[in-house]
Ligand binder design. Structure first.
Ligand code: PBG
Length: 328
């Protein structure tokens, strides 16, 4: 007795394996996060994110041209704001000549067809390191959402194609959508961080932007009153459906690897594009293991990215985008 069906027939050579491969990564899968700082000629490596850099506007220009030449056509901008410009109500976030607003223009001048998405949350601008306004040991929801809508308008005025609210306030997608419509920005899209978990994997990102919650009396020590509890699954679907009803064009699950069950469930539930953010801690873990010689960097990187896409991601925000595209 022999097996009539031998699955191994489809694995006998690279040619047949590639013929039947179900998932393929391409440069257009990627959204490239970029960290922008003030200064000139700055390209500082982030200590907990080897080979990833904070860029000043002039080096940002070089970087986006390089990305464009590699087929990487979408960026997600973050700014590192000097401490002296931080307060509790994101005053600097609304500055038409602020770093984010100038960064948007820099990218659009360098590569007019590059898709520019911007992070919308207060944390880089907040003296308390929170995504919303802090009052009496709490994060104010509706007041923060109003501010995020003003911030979104400011980014749209500077030329952003999409705003990406990463704050997890309730109702902010509707508030932002209505504000954009009122101001005539009918084609400015919203990529909502809809299922964003309160994750310890954001550590290196907070180093990159110096944006961690401060340890101070009457300031929440973490983001658990607005980011989701990672024990929860149904809640992710509810959050995502609500954001779509409120006007999100793209939804997102974050972090990536530990949350691929959520990605698949959401992909099965919704009919808008689903983005996945492979976050800073995921990047740092692999870089560290590879530095030690414990993991094969490129092989594990591709395996992880492929897993994210296989789980249902239409868009992958990843610090590995350039490394991955070089292997394609
Ligand atoms: C801020 C924001 C965070 C990330 C993206 N936007 C950090 C946080 O919520 O504390 C994390 C990205 C990463 O870790 O790579 N609202």
């Amino acid at each position: 007795m022999y097996p009539l069906i031998r699955n191994r027939r489809l694995r006998t050579s690279e040619a047949i394996r590639s013929l039947v491969r179900e998932t393929i990564l391409t440069p257009s899968d990627f959204l490239v996060p970029l960290f922008v700082v003030e200064g000139k000629g700055v390209k500082e490596e982030i200590a907990s994110m080897p080979n990833y850099f904070r860029l000043s506007l002039d080096t940002l220009e070089k970087e986006v041209k390089e990305l464009w030449s590699m087929g990487l056509c979408s960026v997600l901008l973050f700014v590192k704001v000097p401490d002296k410009l931080k307060d509790n109500k994101g005053t600097e976030a609304l500055n038409a000549a602020g770093l984010m607003q100038r960064a948007i223009k820099t990218v659009k001048n360098a590569c007019p067809d590059m898709l520019v998405m911007t992070d919308v949350a207060l944390d880089p601008y907040s003296s308390f390191g929170h995504d919303g306004i802090v009052a009496n040991g709490q994060i104010l929801n509706d007041e923060s959402a109003e501010l995020l809508a003003e911030m979104s308008i400011s980014h749209a005025q500077a030329g952003a194609d999409f705003v990406a609210p990463s704050d997890m306030m309730d109702g902010r997608i509707l508030t932002i959508r209505e504000a954009l419509e009122d101001e005539g920005f009918i084609n400015t899209g919203i990529m909502s961080y809809s299922a964003k978990y309160a994750s310890a994997f954001y550590g290196p990102f907070r180093d990159a932007l110096d944006s961690a919650p401060v340890d101070q009396e009457n300031v929440p020590k973490n983001k658990s009153t607005y980011q989701m509890d990672y024990a929860n699954r149904f809640e992710a679907i509810r959050e995502t459906q609500m954001d779509i009803e409120e006007g999100a064009d793209i939804v997102m699950v974050k972090p990536g690897l530990c949350y691929l069950d959520i990605v698949r469930e959401i992909k099965n539930e919704v009919d808008v594009p689903v983005a996945v953010y492979q976050v800073s801690g995921e990047y740092a873990m692999l870089k560290a293991a590879a530095e030690k010689g414990w993991l094969d960097h490129d092989a594990v990187m591709i395996e992880q990215l492929m897993a994210i896409k296989r789980a249902g991601a239409n868009i992958i925000a990843s610090y590995f985008a350039k490394d991955a595209v070089k292997l394609m």
